[in-house]
Design a protein around this ligand. Structure first.
Ligand code: GCB
Length: 610
């Protein structure tokens, strides 16, 4: 019976996944900022719709008539009943989360409808796409009263082609964005960060030729430092073309032919100055097809694992990192801009970092590009967090899609070295299967980068001595092990860390992907008094004693760079809906522990490992 039920659920879920996919997004266009674009950022009209009355009638059936908000209908006479009006409703800034734009929306979870109008003079020969950096969590998109499609997943980009639908004047673009949490979603209902809703990243019109360079992957081949390997993809009616890749500064110019699917694969030698945190060298790379041309700034470096070492450009590296959320410095709202990225990564560099863990979901593209420029290595992650529905094929499909979209956007960034497929997920057969699929997907989408996950090992106490064994079955599938531990905060006292040992049978490098404790900036007291800066400082000091003794430790990303909003953190005066494990407060003030870690990283920098 249970088997039958399970099969039925499977069929239902597959149907659901299929029906969700019915309104397809277009293939992602790489590097949109280097194209001919028009920004649709700014003030959009917005209707807050907690009951989804703009989408469903009173029998909960989809609205098809003028009452559907996407029609943007206006009453034709005084007697006509129309119960919505974008133009006299309020406005919201795009990009931006809605939570921090109006007090009444701080905790809001539900739908908001957005509308803006635009004119567009399109060249008749070209194609036009509307591109969204991200909408959290679900978006249904409509142009001029017609549905373009839907997208699920709050942190990855998507676009729709509107070539045949756009008109010269008075286009109206409408979105229903919904951030209600759901058990089957990725992430699920249970997280420790703010559920910022809205059109959280830029919206852009992208005009390209009829056949255009849609994507390319131009990276150093694994195991080499002077061989470029990759592919490029054209999209359009003229798929077979000569395409030239030029890196003028390095004297590279190679021409290839795309096949009938618009694809070319290539491999060639190039003598390049390799990208590294000390010298984040980026090259202008031009991809010139017969009908289109795209340019990018790309760095070249190798990353691999040998035994317990992580090798950057063939040399062992220790990853002096910090974890961070995509939350804006000072404003405590979603971060999205170059300035936000510069400040956050600037703090990380001041701390002495050469590495950041962008937790727990794909951050905006500006972060990756800034990391490329500033020389900060990156771990990026999909929101497969805590208690995902491991048995649900629709949930797996969704996680795979988010991973695919993240890799597609960032696969040319030199800074990016690690994809993480999960954070603190409880071991079970179903979970192991789920994660193995993601690990395989990541490796096959991009064989040049390392795959990891933040695991959670348990300690065994023998005669009062604690040894923590890394024994998650998924560890054998990963290139690099990540592990979160909260010795001194959720378990044990800080000083107990001094004598705790770590063991691993995997012979792989370990990154301690989290440790830390809360402190309210300016709250001082005894080193054993919770919420004081002294407690956090003491905790970090004892952590470092322990971490220095782990022979296979090759990096760390303590939790966390900056205090961040979280609905789980309710304690008045200390938390006030903020997780206070930041080394920097939400107002940018540095806590005592910041300087403990900074000193350690400076020492490491002057005496790097072997
Ligand atoms: C964790 C989670 C992180 C939380 C942190 C905490 O293990 O990975 O998302 O915010 O602990 O502060 O408890």
């Amino acid at each position: 019976m249970t088997k039958l039920l399970r099969s039925l659920t499977l069929v239902l879920c597959l149907l659901l996944a299929w029906s969700r996919g019915a309104a397809e997004t277009a293939p992602l266009i790489a590097n949109i900022n280097a194209r001919h674009t028009v920004s649709l950022d700014g003030q959009w009209q917005a209707i807050v719709d907690p009951y989804d009355v703009g989408a469903l009638d009173y029998r909960a059936q989809p609205l098809k008539n003028n009452n559907a908000f996407f029609k943007n209908y206006k009453p034709q006479s005084e007697s006509e009943l129309v119960e919505y009006d974008f133009d006299t409703s309020g406005q919201l800034q795009v990009p931006g989360d809605w939570n921090t734009q109006r007090d009444s929306l701080l905790f809001y979870e539900g739908s908001v409808w957005y509308k803006r109008t635009f004119d567009y003079a399109q060249s008749p020969k070209n194609r036009l796409f509307v591109h969204f950096g991200a909408c959290n969590y679900f978006a249904a998109v409509y142009l001029n009263g017609e549905e373009l499609g839907e997208h699920e997943g709050g942190f990855t980009p998507f676009d729709f082609e509107i070539t045949d639908r756009v008109r010269a004047h008075d286009n109206f673009l409408v979105l229903r964005v919904n951030n209600a949490r759901g058990k089957d979603q990725v992430p699920t209902v249970n997280t420790d960060w703010w559920n910022y809703g809205g059109i959280t990243r830029p919206v852009t019109l992208v005009e390209v030729p009829d056949t255009f360079v849609q994507d390319y992957f131009i990276q150093v081949e694994k195991g080499t430092t002077n061989q470029i390997k990759g592919w490029l993809q054209l999209n359009g009616r003229q798929p077979q073309q000569n395409v030239t890749i030029r890196i003028p500064e390095a004297g590279v110019s190679r021409t290839f032919q795309t096949d009938s699917r618009g694809r070319a694969e290539f491999s060639f030698r190039a003598d390049l100055t390799l990208w590294s945190p000390e010298n984040p060298k980026l090259y202008n790379v031009e991809i010139a097809a017969e009908t289109d041309q795209a340019t990018d700034r790309i760095g070249f470096r190798s990353i691999e694992v040998r035994g317990t070492d992580i090798l950057l450009n063939g040399k062992p590296i220790f990853l002096r990192g910090i974890s961070l959320h995509e939350e804006a410095p000072m404003r405590a709202s979603r971060a999205w801009s170059d300035d936000d990225a510069r400040t956050l990564l600037g703090w990380a560099k001041e701390l002495g970092c050469n590495f950041v863990r962008l937790a727990h979901y794909p951050h905006n593209e500006a972060m990756l590009r800034m990391a490329d420029q500033m020389g900060v290595l990156v771990w990026e992650e999909v929101p497969v967090y805590w208690t995902i529905q491991w048995e649900n094929p629709g949930t797996l499909h969704n996680a795979e899609n988010q991973l695919k979209e993240m890799i597609a956007r960032d696969h040319n960034r030199a800074a990016l070295i690690i994809y993480s497929v999960a954070n603190e997920t409880p071991v079970s057969d179903a979970r192991n299967r789920f994660l193995r699929q993601l690990i395989q997907d990541a490796h096959s989408a991009d064989s040049t980068r390392l795959v990891s996950a933040a695991l959670q090992a348990n300690g065994v106490s023998e005669g009062g001595h604690i040894t923590i064994h890394l024994n998650d079955p998924i560890a054998s599938d990963l290139d690099v092990l990540g592990n979160n531990e909260y010795i001194g905060w959720y378990v044990h006292r800080p000083e107990e860390a001094d004598s705790i040992d770590w063991a691993s049978e995997y012979g792989k490098p370990l990154i301690m992907s989290e440790f830390g404790g809360d402190a309210l900036f300016g709250n001082h007291g005894d080193a054993l008094a919770r919420w004081t800066e002294e407690y956090q400082e003491n905790l970090y000091q004892h952590q470092l004693v322990m971490l220095k003794r782990i022979p296979f430790l090759r990096g760390m990303t303590p939790w966390v760079l900056k205090d961040f909003r979280s609905p789980r953190r309710t304690l008045p005066r200390m938390e006030d809906y903020f997780n206070r494990k930041g080394l920097v407060s939400d107002h940018g003030e540095k806590k005592k522990a910041f300087f403990v870690l900074q000193k350690f990283y400076r020492e490491l920098q002057s005496a790097p490992p072997r």
